[in-house]
Design a protein around this ligand. Sequence first.
Ligand code: NI
Length: 388
Amino acid sequence: MPIKNRFADMLPEITGWRHYLHENPELLYEVHETAAFVADRLRAFGVDEVVTGVGRTGVVGIIRGKNTRSGRAIGLRADMDALPIHEATGLPYASKVPGKMHACGHDGHTAMLLGAAKYLAETRNFDGTVVLIFQPAEEGGAGAKAMIDDGLFDRFPVDEIYGIHNAPGIPVGTFVTRPGPLQASSDDFEIIVRGKGGHAAEPHRAIDTTLVAAHLLIALHSIVSRNVDPLKRVVLTVGTFSTDSGASNIIPDEARMRGTVRTLDPEYRAIAEARVREVATHTAAAFGASAEVIWDPGYPVTINDPQGAARAVDAARAVARDVIDDADPIMPSEDFSYMLEKVPGAYVFMGNGDTPMCHHPQYIFDDEAIPYGCSFFAELVAQRLPTA
Ligand code: NI
């Protein structure tokens, strides 16, 4: 079945919004102009309520159906923030802000949800309430969590929630998702090893911090290979390693390393943290040094509710060219995970054709995908909030 015809008619208008947002990228919580643009459009569509400043700069729009006898509500979410990347696409509507770019297609996500909002406000052909959620700070700022902490689901309760992310490398018109874990959690750590600095020619008078840290680095790599069920998916990478020695003849006082743990199994977040702490403390102690571990928990595992995924697949099948319902999970993380921890639902990937990867300076969101995303949202509402 094709996209909804109304969105084909609306495509030039929605594309115009997308290009405006693309020219004016904003980072993290500083999405003031973007949020104002979204709120202005929603008011112009005549949605019933527009609330700004949720989770600092998030925007919520409420659309009530022809009736609300079902008492049910569905949440639809888009992210609004851009990335600190200097755009290199050469597009006529390229970023006007040096060093900032919508390189993850959140401009497209926002424009598609606005398109769906305009359609839903016009038609109201559903029984219940649609809660439109435009969040700031998906790119590392946990904007979804900020909105939840600001009472998002207490003030605007929903029974189910859905979101879309574009996916380069998948044909336009194809939707991809799966039940269960879809994207990994992301936790960072820093370890500071403290030995006893001294002269490189007299190591017996020092505690060689570099050597201790080197043993520790290797020991950390035993965690995934020796403490994790081989059938589970966990990655541990140490990305930085440095000491405060400035020369070859100095044994340093201090060494630092920073790393990340990614997993699709929430139980391994706690196991990995406990093991990193144990391995660091005891490895350092074995050499007479000490280790301080700073754990920085990041985004949780993005877990699709099985029923939510099935419902998303049903809606996608009604509007897409192709639907893959048993995709492999991916290891990059996503803060829609916080919303899926609170409300059952699903995240879906929508094909963005053959463009460079997200977060690449030549990444391009494909405007031809817009009617599919809008149709998916509208179809979800039609299926999940049917009129009698
Ligand atoms: Ni993104």
